[in-house]
Design a protein around this ligand. Structure first.
Ligand code: PBG
Length: 323
C-alpha cells in the first residue's frame, strides 16, 4: 500500500510549519555574558570570540541600554581585575571591578536583571577556582568562606542574583547562609550545578586571563563521561537552596540537559560556552557554514532539550534576528 501517512503534509509551507512548531526561541530566554575589565574607556576585542569585548565599567551604561532595547532580560557579569593574588581577594572588594559594574548598570537599567558569576579563577594569580594548600591542591572548605564573601559583596553592590561557578562542594548552602545573614534572603541563587571540565572553555580563559598556571580543573569540574553524576550534583545544589540550576556547556551535553529537565522542577539554565560560540564564528568566517542559521539552530536545540533559559554570547545578535 502507498503510505497513508504523509508527514510532509505538515511541512508544506512556512505557515503550516509555524503552526506545528514545538520550540520557540525568544529574546526573553536569553542571558548575555559581559566581561568587565578594570580601567577607563576600554572596549577591547576578544580575539578568540569575534564580536565580543572586554568593557571598562564606564562603558557599561551604553551597553546596558542596548541590551534592554533588544528585549534581553538579563546579563551575567565576569570581572577582570588589574591585580591578582593567591587568595583572589579582588573578588570581594567593595569597589572591585564587578561591584563597580553592577552599580553602573543598575544606575541606567534598574530593570535589567544583573546576575554575577561567583568564582575565584579570574582573581587568583594561579588561575584556579579556589584557595590552594601547600601541595597546590584546591582546598574545598577554606574556599567556601571566600566564595560566601564574594557573593555577599555582589549582593551589597546591588546585583539581582548570584551564580556560583566554582564547583566546590557545599558552596550553595554556604552562600545561602551568608546572604540570609546579610539581609538578602530574597536574592536568588542560580547554581552552575552541572559543570563539566570542558575544553570548550578555551576562548573564555583567553578573555578573562583565567587559564590555570598549572594542572587543570578536573578535581572540581565534572568528567564529560558522566550523566548520573549530573543528577547527584543538581540534587545537592537544590537541597542546599539553589533556585535555578544550570548545565554547562550546552550543545555537547544536550542529553544531560534533557535528563536534568525531566528530573527537576527548578527552572533550568544552559550555558552555550565560549568554545561553542567560537566554533560557529570561525567556520562562518571561512564561509563553511551559515552563521545566522547555525546560531538559531543551536539555540533551538538547547531549548528543545529542555533549557528554560540560555546564557549565550549570541544573545544580542539573536535578539536582533528574532525581532
Ligand atoms: C569561571 C567560569 C568559566 C566559565 C564560566 N565561569 C571558566 C572555567 O571554568 O574555566 C566558562 C564560560 C565560557 O567558556 O563561556 N569558573
Amino acid at each position: 500500500m502507498f503510505p497513508e501517512n504523509r508527514p510532509r503534509r505538515l511541512r508544506a509551507n512556512e505557515t503550516m510549519r509555524r503552526m506545528i512548531r514545538e520550540t520557540h526561541v525568544r529574546a526573553n530566554d536569553l542571558i548575555y555574558p559581559i566581561f568587565i575589565k578594570e580601567g577607563n574607556s576600554l572596549t577591547e576585542p576578544i580575539i578568540a570570540m569575534p564580536g565580543q569585548n572586554r568593557y571598562s565599567p564606564d562603558r557599561l551604561p551604553a551597553l546596558a541600554k542596548d541590551i534592554v532595547s533588544l528585549g534581553i532580560p538579563a546579563v551575567l557579569l565576569f570581572g577582570i581585575p588589574s591585580r591578582k593574588d593567591s587568595y583572589g581577594t579582588g573578588a570581594h572588594k567593595k569597589d572591585g571591578v564587578v561591584q563597580q559594574g553592577i552599580r553602573r548598570i543598575k544606575d541606567v537599567a534598574p530593570d535589567l536583571m544583573v546576575i554575577t558569576d561567583v568564582c575565584l579563577c579570574e582573581y587568583t594569580d594561579h588561575g584556579h577556582c579556589g584557595i590552594l594548600d601547600e601541595k597546590n591542591e584546591v582546598m574545598n572548605d577554606d574556599t567556601l568562606e571566600v566564595l560566601a564573601q564574594v557573593a555577599l559583596s555582589h549582593a551589597k553592590a546591588g546585583c539581582d542574583m548570584v551564580a556560583p561557578s566554582d564547583m566546590m562542594d557545599g558552596r550553595v548552602g554556604i552562600i545561602r547562609d551568608a546572604l540570609d545573614e546579610g539581609g538578602f534572603e530574597h536574592l536568588p541563587i542560580m547554581s552552575y550545578a552541572v559543570k563539566y571540565a570542558s575544553a570548550f572553555y578555551g576562548p573564555f580563559r583567553e578573555a578573562a586571563g583565567s587559564t590555570p598556571a598549572f594542572g587543570d580543573r578536573k578535581s572540581y569540574q565534572m568528567d564529560p563521561a558522566n550523566v548520573r553524576e549530573a543528577l547527584r550534583e543538581a540534587r545537592a545544589d537544590v537541597e542546599e537552596g539553589a533556585d535555578i540550576i544550570m548545565v554547562k556547556p550546552a550543545l555537547p551535553y544536550l542529553d544531560v540537559i534533557r535528563v536534568v529537565a525531566d528530573e527537576f522542577d527548578e527552572p533550568l539554565c544552559a550555558y552555550q560556552v565560549s568554545g561553542e560560540y567560537a566554533m560557529i564564528k570561525a567556520a562562518a568566517a571561512q564561509g563553511w557554514i551559515l552563521e545566522e542559521a547555525c546560531m538559531l539552530e543551536s539555540i533551538t536545540s538547547i531549548k528543545r532539550a529542555g533549557a528554560d533559559m540560555i546564557i549565550t554570547y549570541f544573545a544580542r545578535e539573536l535578539s536582533r534576528v528574532l525581532s
